[in-house]
Design a protein around this ligand. Structure first.
Ligand SMILES: Cc1cc2nc3c(=O)[nH]c(=O)nc-3n(C[C@H](O)[C@H](O)[C@H](O)COP(=O)(O)O)c2cc1C
Length: 207
């Protein structure tokens, strides 16, 4: 497979602190997620996804703990996880419609990546900082995917907050799902959405 990103340089290679790029500015200024019902095939191949994950992992990370990991769902594994989710809801006597919906949750995109916040309890780097790093991974994955021609969206939904779903995913200790990143091809364009009132969001300390 042709690599879409430059390879990581050898350790210690001098790196540019800035990299002005008109394309990157446009990507950031005009970025939109795809609607969760509008992500169809194709999605990134396993090899292309490996590269996206490697890029996604190049985030700020206090004390280099890499406090996150990825669980990838492709092909029939999406159905297998859905069956597990449906089983959880079935055990709780949830309405049939909810059970059926859970079974198909991951089928909304060809590739779904669960980004797991996996904080290291070393008493030095606050867990909050490690969780923020996991959030940065989610966003970096979306941006890397967009820059490579893939649409995506970052969802949590109930499986991200459910202990049994966490067990199904194999989460341990204080691990939590930072996000399920759905990746594929947008079937309809997104439109611009309301934006924050920046005057209300920015406070300036001057002189
Ligand atoms: C941590 C996190 C979890 C989210 N979970 C959901 C979700 O469960 N369902 C949903 O519709 N949108 C969710 N979103 C919002 C979408 O990812 C997306 O940001 C939103 O639709 C706005 O689109 P935009 O990213 O193009 O601005 C979540 C966003 C974040 C940051």
């Amino acid at each position: 497979m042709t690599k879409r990103f430059p390879p990581a340089p050898p350790l210690g290679t001098p790196m540019l602190p800035v990299r002005p790029s008109t394309d990157t500015r446009a990507l950031l200024a005009l970025r939109r997620s795809a609607g969760k019902q509008f992500i169809g095939p194709p999605g990134p191949s396993p090899e292309a996804l490996d590269e996206l994950l490697e890029i996604a992992a190049r985030v700020p990370d206090h004390r280099k703990l890499a406090p996150w990991r990825f669980i990838v769902f492709e092909g029939d594994a999406r159905t297998r996880f859905g069956e597990g989710l449906a089983g959880i809801l079935s055990g709780r006597k949830a309405p049939e419609a909810e059970i059926a919906e859970a079974g198909k949750l991951l089928l909304r995109a060809p590739v779904v990546v669960a980004v797991v916040s996996s904080p290291v309890d070393d008493g030095k780097t606050p867990v909050w900082e490690q969780e923020l790093s996991a959030g940065a991974v989610c966003y970096n994955l979306l941006l890397a995917a967009n820059a490579s021609g893939w649409a995506g969206t970052w969802l949590s939904e109930w499986p991200a907050f459910d202990a049994e779903a966490g067990n199904l995913l194999g989460l341990v200790g204080s691990e939590r799902v930072a996000g399920f990143i759905y990746l594929g091809t947008a079937t309809v364009p997104s439109t611009e959405r309301p934006r924050a009132d920046m005057a209300a969001k920015v406070t300036r300390w001057v002189s």
